[in-house]
Write a protein that binds this ligand. Structure first.
Ligand code: CS2
Length: 492
């Protein structure tokens, strides 16, 4: 077996690999990142790596995994180094990233993570904790969330993002230190605003003076992040290790496309990520709408319908002409009318790029990965669009069809009768209700709709929308997805 990649041997690789153009250990950390996973390693860490190269500075990253020890076990023995393999049709690009200094596991030692966040050298805290990590409902803290309840009763031993941030702020307030900027990088609309709302609400329940300190000393930035980064497979790891001649347990594979739009609202020193290709803007809303609704909305559409058609990967779903046509119609007729292209972005070009990225078979992305956590993703991916379209007196039809596909997906059983796991914070209840539904014997879908928690009263009262959803759900159950999709396209 080859030796493990580390600071001692990364300059002795077998083949050509781009190495950090700086000495990682010569730079101290200025950033804490909560939620290290493949996405962070192929996105924020890469921008930071480029920045360290072009401008230097003490901006390395102390990364935190809230629960699992995997990232720590992969990265710490490698001094934080790992390979990023970027695949395009014409070339493979290999790069060693040196931006991560160390990984911490919050569940194992919450106090160590609070101390880390409280260090004055930490100026920015970035987040990729996934949609459900915010413990929110419609932008407000979900006080009934069991993890939030637990953290409110035991604030010195937190488990959630709000719990950790508020505990660290209490520390900074006591020691009269300045605050940091909290920068959300998750696929939520107004993610900075949502972060602010959950943190302040959590702090209010602990101590009103602390909430006030946070209000004055912590800045909350929204950001839009974009890069398709699948979970790394064992085959990817083996191929990468063969190329390196070293054993890398932490490698990641990514598409070449990358975008990061950051709201300019920092309260302390900040890394000049714009020198590494990020865009710093006054308002990220138009970028966020474009990306969440076209790309993520399109991704989810392909995932649920594609999975029910039997596709394991998004690029395979893109090979189905009917599904491609539906995606195009969704983008053109239901999303485009309610979004405006930000300055410098050509909407038609943007949509064409999305289709090409989805069709990229070099970076296979599982339909089930996108299909996970639908109750957390669909409000900003589909429902916001539907609501705005209806407000413009235009009736969405593709969104109800896609929602029907999601509800069918929640049964956890394929059309040929094979069981699969539904990943969602509310999976147990949703799957039981999705299975209880039957178009003839138990046609009442109200209990299932209510349990999803994503349908507002306003939307539930939209008869045409809800009738479409019910009709197509019945059709998918009785006729199957392929026939239903064909019929749907004929009806449009
Ligand atoms: C995907 C996203 O898994 C998912 O839900 O839609 O992770 C998507 O790949 C990224 O947002 C792309 O930037």
């Amino acid at each position: 077996m080859s030796p493990r990649l580390s600071a001692q041997n990364y300059k002795t690789l077998k083949n050509t690999v781009e190495l950090p153009h700086y000495t990682p250990a010569a730079h101290a950390s200025g950033i804490v990142h909560l939620g290290i996973g493949a996405f962070h390693k192929a996105h924020q860490a890469v921008y930071t790596d480029t920045l360290l190269h072009v401008a230097g500075g003490d901006w390395r990253i102390q990364a935190v995994s809230l629960r699992q020890p995997t990232a720590r076990d992969q990265l710490n023995p490698q001094n934080g180094l790992y390979t990023l393999l970027t695949k395009t049709d014409s070339a493979l690009h290999w790069r060693i990233i040196g931006a991560v200094e160390a990984v911490w596991v919050a569940r194992e030692n919450p106090q160590a993570v609070i101390n880390l966040l409280a260090q004055p050298a930490i100026k920015v805290v970035t987040l990729t904790i996934t949609e459900k990590g915010y413990c929110q409902i419609q932008g407000a803290l979900d006080l009934s969330h069991p993890d939030i309840q637990q953290d409110l009763h035991n604030p010195a031993n937190p488990t959630t993002m709000p719990g950790f941030i508020v505990a660290a702020c209490a520390h900074r307030m006591r020691n009269q230190q300045p605050g940091f900027t909290l920068l959300s990088c998750d696929n939520l609309a107004h993610n900075g605003r949502v972060t602010r709302a959950v943190i302040l609400a959590f702090a209010e329940h602990i101590d009103a003076a602390l909430a006030q300190w946070i209000n004055h000393n912590i800045a909350f930035c929204s950001s839009m992040v974009d890069r398709i980064v699948p979970a790394t497979t064992a085959e990817d790891r083996t191929a990468i290790n063969t190329y390196l001649g070293l054993d890398d347990h932490a490698s990641v594979v990514s598409e070449p496309f990358s975008q990061w739009i950051i709201e300019d609202n920092f309260c302390n020193d900040r890394p000049h990520w714009e020198l590494a290709g990020a865009l710093i803007v006054k308002d990220v809303t138009p970028y966020e709408n474009l990306k969440l609704r076209l790309l993520n909305g399109g991704h989810s559409l392909l995932a649920y319908i594609g999975f029910l058609l039997g596709y394991d990967f998004i690029h395979q779903a893109m090979g189905n002409a009917n599904l491609r046509q539906l995606l195009q119609l969704f983008m053109d007729t239901e999303v485009t009318p309610v979004i405006a292209a930000p300055e410098g972005i050509d909407m038609e070009q943007y949509k064409a790029t999305i289709c090409a990225r989805f069709a990229n078979s070099l970076v296979p992305y599982k339909t089930t990965q996108v299909a996970s956590d639908g109750s957390q993703k669909l409000p900003q991916r589909w429902l916001a669009t539907a609501k705005e379209l209806i407000a413009k007196q235009q009736q969405p039809t593709i969104i109800p069809f896609a929602l029907a596909a999601w509800l069918r997906y929640l049964t956890g059983v394929t059309e040929s009768g094979q069981a699969y796991t539904v990943n969602d914070p509310q999976a147990e209840q949703l799957t039981a209700l999705a299975r209880a539904y039957h178009p003839q014997h138990a046609p009442d879908i109200q209990p299932l709709l209510a349990a999803t928690g994503i349908f507002s009263r306003e939307l539930l009262s939209q008869n045409e929308f809800m009738e479409g959803l019910e009709r197509w759900l019945a059709s998918i159950h009785t006729q199957g997805m392929e026939a239903s999709l064909g019929r749907f396209l004929l009806s449009t």
